[in-house]
Design a protein around this ligand. Structure first.
Ligand code: NDP
Length: 330
């Protein structure tokens, strides 16, 4: 895989250019602040509301999406994926001109053909592998969040350099960026959400239910499973020292118990099958179609799923756990 660092990326291509960020949420705010701190000219486009006031308070000029599109050399759509198509069709596409660059932080809308830019604009992606607040925090601490970059259209002949400059401006090349495609970034991201996380979530809920049925206090179970932050620490160490190497930070009893029982899990083949099905479904575009229909009909299934999740007794256990520990957990 091609990997790029600070020394491979120059900010020069963005100098004397106007970088417009549409949306001032998770990624929008972090990227706008980082790019400006990297010495680049950034404007923000959005609705004139609370978010706009926040951007203004941070010292940005906030324009309508239409005006920002007109002024931009590089335009980043950092609004929720579900609204990107609408904003693109209703506003951006009517003003986009030859030579501009359209930037995304996730490949979804381009990959599934929901947005089809004209052939004379560059289409790039710089997708941080981190939530927005951490993209900002890492930058302020002198490091950065790694990212995937990709080029879907290279009308100018320098789309990759533009993507690398953006990645450098937000601090991503400090950590390293990997070059991929819109297809791979989208499929991997969705697989993480639809293949991997469901099995982890299901396992945690099953463990909770099993332990509470066996008489353990629910708040104690919530603390043990994730409330103390130990599980988050395990994931952090997996990234830092290695998936298996981090086990050495735990007792031998823990290591033996985990490795022996993981290997003997009787339902592992079913998990693999479910993961393969998830991958096939999203690759074939069936998930994108299901999600499009869900949005168009006002989120009936999503609302039901959310309501079910919010009614799970784990929420109450968690609240009691926090009450007992007097909210001192971070
Ligand atoms: P957010 O949900 O944080 O975006 C909110 C922003 O979008 C607000 O400023 C909101 O303005 C604006 N917005 C919403 N609807 C509209 C609209 N119709 N017109 C104009 N502005 C609108 O988005 P994220 O930062 O989470 O996601 C942005 C992109 O980054 C997505 O492609 C996502 O997949 C990608 N990404 C996100 C990550 C994350 O950290 N969440 C990580 C990596 C990639 P208002 O408040 O005025 O409605």
């Amino acid at each position: 895989m091609d990997a790029y660092f600070d020394e491979d990326a120059s900010l020069d291509i963005h100098r004397n250019k106007t970088l417009a960020i549409i949306g001032y949420g998770n990624q929008g705010r972090a990227q706008a602040l980082n790019l400006r701190d990297s010495g680049l000219k950034v404007i923000v486009g959005g609705l004139q509301d609370e978010t706009a006031r926040r951007a203004q308070a941070d010292g940005f000029q906030v324009l309508s999406v239409a005006e920002a599109t007109e002024r931009a050399d590089v335009l980043a759509l950092l609004i929720p994926d579900e609204v990107q198509r609408h904003v693109y069709e209703q506003v951006v596409s009517l003003r986009l001109r030859s030579g501009q660059t359209l930037t995304f932080a996730h490949g979804y809308n381009i990959h599934y053909g929901l947005i089809t830019p004209p052939p004379d604009v560059d289409v790039i992606m710089v997708a941080p592998r981190m939530i927005g607040v951490k993209v900002r925090e890492a930058f302020e601490q002198g490091s950065g969040a790694p990212a995937f970059i990709a080029v879907a259209q290279d009308a100018s002949g320098h789309a990759l350099a533009t993507a690398l400059a953006w990645a450098r401006g937000i601090g991503a090349t400090r950590a390293g960026v990997l070059k991929t495609t819109f297809a791979q970034e989208t499929e991997l991201d969705l697989f993480q959400e639809q293949g991997l996380w469901p099995s982890l979530i299901r396992s945690l809920l099953t463990a909770y239910e099993c332990l509470v049925e066996a008489g353990f206090p629910p708040e104690m179970v919530a603390l043990e499973m994730y409330g103390s932050g130990e599980s988050a620490e395990i994931f952090r160490e997996m990234g830092r020292v290695g998936f298996f190497q981090q086990m050495k930070l735990h007792s031998q009893t823990s290591q033996y118990g985990t490795l022996s029982r993981a290997k003997a899990l009787p339902y592992a083949p079913q998990i693999r099958q479910a993961m393969q099905e998830a991958l096939e479904t999203l690759r074939a575009g069936r998930f994108a179609e299901e999600w499009r229909r869900e949005q168009a009909s006002g989120y009936p299934s999503f609302s039901k799923l959310r309501a079910e999740a919010e009614a799970h007794p784990l929420n109450e256990a968690e609240a009691r756990m926090r009450e007992i520990l007097k909210h001192r957990l971070e």
